[in-house]
Design a protein. Structure first.
Length: 112
């Protein structure tokens, strides 16, 4: 269990748990890029979005549903961005699938 997010999901590394179900966990990003920056992870390890399959559709839907709940809990009534960085060119730095929920300010486009 060398994966940082697996350790967080297992409770070995403490975080502020903002939202949690049997399958997903949301907590603040330690390097926020917006006034609100929350990470949502599946508790089961998936290295990235590219490492999921059609059979993972229910989990992926659960992650997006969690993003909606997190945005509501964080008071992001004026909008927010949900991002999934995949692979090194996509900016992924932790090899465990995770969503970023960013808000609290207007988001620019293009994002990167």
């Amino acid at each position: 269990m060398d994966c940082l997010f697996c350790k967080i999901a297992a409770g070995a590394i403490p975080v502020t748990r903002l939202y949690e179900t049997e399958d997903v966990l949301a907590f603040p990003d330690i390097h926020p890029q917006a006034p609100v920056h929350t990470l949502i992870i599946p508790k089961a390890h998936h290295a990235s979005l590219a490492h999921t399959a059609a059979g993972d559709a229910p989990l992926l839907g659960h992650l997006l549903a969690a993003a909606v709940q997190v945005a509501k809990l964080q008071g992001l009534s004026h909008g927010y961005r949900v991002a999934i960085n995949t692979g090194s060119d996509g900016g992924q730095t932790v090899e465990h699938l995770h969503l970023h929920v960013l808000g609290g300010r207007p988001m620019g486009w293009p994002p990167g």
